[in-house]
Each structure stands twice: as structure tokens, then as C-alpha cells.
Design a protein around this ligand. Structure first.
Ligand code: NDP
Length: 447
């Protein structure tokens, strides 16, 4: 298709130093090819050119002072990618690997994910190359305050609503919200989500991404005459998404045998003891290595990018750490070991070659922008509760989350069927999201 090829070529030329962004765009645009073929008017509207260019990209200096009194400088970002469905919405990531390419890929993905939720939220993302590891609470606080000193002028409850992501949890959101409130001299609770329960947070937000991933997996397995009960599961990461995916999978009777962090992974043939993990990760902010010291019979392997996890025999693999953690080589090992389903908790954890390999081998693949949308969907529910000045119970939020995830799966499945793509839920998710986003953009004219 000439139009599509031209757009991809131009994007490559214009963004040659942004591999992650190009990867995310390539995955979406190539899978929606049948839709583009059906709509020649997209070319005259320059729809693909517009959908792949952020509405706004902000980059800023974040100076802060460490505990030794030294001045440090980091780079902050906010990418406001597409606001045609609602206020920009997407997390903040604090990690040394953060750069413009990673910010743009995450923001681009977020637009499609948010469209899938069925809720009125546009797509954005932000963060900094700041590394929270090993920093004191006071250092984290000073960094967050300085970050907000610039970010506040670009966000607002009807403008852009950030949340957490890697390296940004309840502690960071608290400091960010405090500084925003002080600058604005107003209690605009809906400006950030992932807040503490004491000041406008939503019950079940912490659990939402991991639980949502498992609700999606449950639906995908159900359509394929399977369920989670008795399945062996491996999960990379041991952060927010990994912990609550593990919890829900265990509640459905699955046996989770492995978790990891950026230094290595633990294998526990008896099934992971999640209380121990929560104590290490949520309370002590420690390393997963510690698990092997506390739980008899478990084994720790030191490595990077969760390499050793994908060698463990399992029915279901849930990459919940970071982008591109499953390569073609890992995919081959997983398939050789009999994996039947992969659920992407992290954003873009499976590289393009590995996705193709899984699909070719008939592995059920739950794509990130659909399967991990439970977090942002519950953030949107937090915004609704803030607007109503009211809170729903845990059960009420969890039920809404379950319904949203079931609806997202149904949309992915029916779009894949409509275009004769069988069980290609990756394409199904992209097509369903693109359908909504493109209609909203076209309705609003050339802006
Ligand atoms: P956290 O910071 O809570 O946890 C991230 C986990 O992944 C940590 O255990 C971290 O280990 C590990 N990790 C990070 N990089 C690597 C690496 N290179 N190799 C191995 N392990 C690594 O983040 P979240 O759980 O919130 O996010 C995880 C993923 O889920 C991200 O891709 C994020 O974008 C995505 N996501 C998160 C949502 C949310 O609601 N939180 C919503 C939707 C998607 P270590 O501590 O050693 O760095």
C-alpha cells in the first residue's frame, strides 16, 4: 500500500534516532492495513501523518539538591499526543533510560489504549531520566517538587492528567500533588491519579493494572476453551503490575512460580509467597534476591532484563517489567517449553519478531494496549469519583474494572474476526482503537 509505505518511510527519516517510537508506530500501522485500504479518504485527510505526530512535546530542566547539598540536573518530559477523545492521560516514568523516543512510544501507545477503554481520555505520557533507586525520601520529595514546578503549567483536570508508571508510585504522586496544590492554591483532586486513599485516590487503583491483565487473560482463555486454574505462570518484574497480576492469577487457582527485578529472578516451585514479595518490595523497597534468603527452596538467578525467567517451563508468561524484554530467542524458548498464552502487562514488552513468532505458532497473545488498560481505566474512574466528590467501594470499582476489561477483550476479538484475522488479538486491539480515534479526529476537522 503506497500511502502507508510513504508514511512509514517519512516517519523513519524524521525520527531516525527514536527506535522505540518507530517500533510502536510500525506495529500499529502495519496491523491496521486492511482498515486503511477500505478508507482511501484517510490519505486526503493526512490521517496517518496526524495520528503519528504528537500534538505537543514539552521537554524541561529539573534541577534539585541532593542530601549532600550538591546540585543535580535531570531532564523532564511531557508528551501530549492526542486529545481528541478527552484530556491527555498517561503516567509519569522516572527511570535512567527515559528519553524522547521512549516517551513518544509510550504516549503513542497510550492514545490507542485509552480509546479501547471506552472512557473519555486522550493519550499522553511523561517522566524523567531521574533514577529513584537509592535516593532518600527527602531527595525524592525535592525532585518531585522541582519536576512539578514546571509541569504544573501544562496539566489540569480538564487538560492533562498524569499518573504513575515505572518509578512513580503512591509516594511520588503524593509529593507531586502536594506541590501542585501549593502552586495553584486550589484543591483540584482530578489533576493526578494514583493518589492516596486519604486525599482523593480510588480503591482498587493500586491493583487495577495487574488485576485487569488477568481479567483480560481469563476472557481470552475462555474464548479458547481454557482457564487459569492449575496453570503454571511466570511473571517478569516485581513492581506494581507484576505483584497484582500475581495476586489475581493465584486467586483464580494458577501457580505463579517466578518473578524478577532488574538484577535477577527468583524461582519458587512451590508457588510464590506474595506476602513475602510485598514486604520486600512495597515496604522495604528491597531487591527480589532477598526472597531466596527468606523462602526455603526458592532459587535466585542473577541476570539482566529477566533473561532467566523465560527459560522456565510454563503455560502462561506475563511480561510485567519493561519494553522489549521478550526477544525472538526468548519466544522460541517459551514456545519450545509449551507456553500457550502470553499477556503483556508491561508496555511493548514483546519485540516485533517475537510477536510474529508467537502468532505464527498459535500462541494466544494479549497485547499491552488492551491487556494492561485496567490501570488507566481505573484512573479514569478515580477522575469520575473526584468530580462527584464521592468514592465507590473496592467491590464497585473492581466490578467496573472487570466489565471494562471484558468489553475490551470482546472489542479486540470482534475486530479481529471482522477482518478475518482469527485469533490475532494484537491486530484486533489496534483496529478497534484506531476505529474510535480516527472517527473522533475526522469529526473534529484538520487540527
Ligand atoms: P514498577 O516501577 O512498580 O515496577 C517495575 C518492575 O520491573 C520492577 O520490578 C523493576 O525492577 C522491573 N524492571 C524494570 N526494568 C527492568 C529490566 N530492564 N529488567 C528486569 N526488570 C526490570 O513499575 P510498574 O509495575 O508500574 O510498571 C511495569 C510496566 O507496566 C511498565 O512497562 C509500565 O509502563 C507498565 N504499565 C504500568 C501501569 C501501572 O498502572 N502501573 C499501567 C499500564 C502499564 P527494578 O526495581 O530492579 O527496576
Amino acid at each position: 500500500m503506497q500511502y502507508l509505505n510513504n508514511v512509514l518511510e517519512n516517519l523513519k527519516a524524521k525520527n531516525s534516532n527514536e527506535p522505540e517510537f518507530l517500533q510502536a508506530v510500525y506495529e500499529v500501522l502495519t496491523t491496521i492495513k486492511p482498515v486503511i485500504e477500505k478508507h482511501p479518504e484517510f490519505q486526503a485527510e493526512a490521517l496517518l501523518e496526524r495520528i503519528t505526530e504528537p500534538e505537543r512535546l514539552i521537554s524541561f530542566r529539573v534541577p534539585w539538591i541532593n542530601d549532600k547539598g550538591e546540585v543535580k540536573v535531570n531532564r523532564g518530559f511531557r508528551v501530549q499526543f492526542n486529545g481528541s477523545i478527552g484530556p491527555y492521560k498517561g503516567g509519569l516514568r522516572f527511570h535512567p533510560s527515559v528519553n524522547q523516543s521512549i516517551m513518544k512510544f509510550l504516549a503513542f501507545e497510550q492514545c490507542f489504549k485509552n480509546a479501547l477503554t471506552g472512557l473519555p481520555i486522550g493519550g499522553g505520557k511523561g517522566g524523567s531520566d531521574f533514577d529513584p533507586k537509592g535516593k532518600s525520601d527527602r531527595e525524592i520529595m525535592r525532585f518531585c517538587q522541582s519536576f512539578m514546578n514546571e509541569l504544573y503549567r501544562h496539566i489540569g483536570q480538564d487538560v492533562d492528567v498524569p499518573a504513575g508508571d515505572i518509578g512513580v508510585g503512591a509516594r511520588e504522586i503524593g509529593y507531586l500533588f502536594g506541590q501542585y496544590r501549593k502552586i495553584r492554591n486550589a484543591y483540584e483532586a482530578g489533576v493526578l491519579t494514583g493518589k492516596g486513599l486519604e486525599y482523593g485516590g480510588s480503591l482498587a487503583r493500586k491493583e487495577a493494572t495487574g488485576y485487569g491483565l488477568i481479567y483480560f487473560m481469563r476472557e481470552m482463555l475462555k474464548e479458547n476453551n481454557a482457564d487459569l486454574k492449575g496453570k503454571t505462570v511466570i511473571i517478569s518484574g516485581s513492581g506494581n503490575v507484576a505483584i497484582y497480576a500475581c495476586e489475581k492469577a493465584q486467586q483464580y487457582g494458577a501457580k505463579v512460580v517466578a518473578l524478577s527485578d532488574s538484577n535477577g529472578s527468583v524461582y519458587d516451585a512451590q508457588g510464590i509467597n506474595l506476602e513475602v514479595v510485598k514486604q520486600i518490595k512495597e515496604v522495604e523497597r528491597g531487591r527480589i534476591k532477598e526472597y531466596a534468603n527468606r523462602v526455603k527452596g526458592s532459587v535466585y538467578t542473577e541476570d539482566t532484563n529477566s533473561r532467566s525467567i523465560w527459560k522456565i517451563k510454563a503455560d502462561i508468561a506475563l511480561p510485567c517489567a519493561t519494553q522489549n524484554e521478550i526477544t525472538l530467542e526468548d519466544a522460541k524458548t517459551l514456545v519450545a517449553n509449551g507456553v500457550m498464552a502470553v499477556g503483556e502487562g508491561a508496555n511493548m514488552p514483546t519485540n516485533l519478531e517475537a510477536i510474529e513468532y508467537f502468532l505464527e505458532k498459535g500462541v494466544l497473545l494479549a497485547p499491552a494496549k488492551a491487556a494492561n488498560a485496567g490501570g488507566v481505566a481505573t484512573s479514569a474512574l478515580e477522575m469520575s469519583q473526584n468530580s462527584m466528590r464521592y468514592s465507590w467501594t473496592f467491590e464497585e470499582v473492581d466490578k467496573k474494572l472487570d466489565d471494562i476489561m471484558s468489553n475490551i477483550f470482546a472489542a479486540c476479538s470482534s475486530s479481529a474476526k471482522e477482518y478475518g484475522l482469527g485469533k490475532n488479538y494484537v491486530a484486533g486491539a489496534n483496529i478497534a482503537a484506531f476505529d474510535k480515534l480516527s472517527k473522533a479526529m475526522i469529526a473534529q476537522g484538520i487540527i
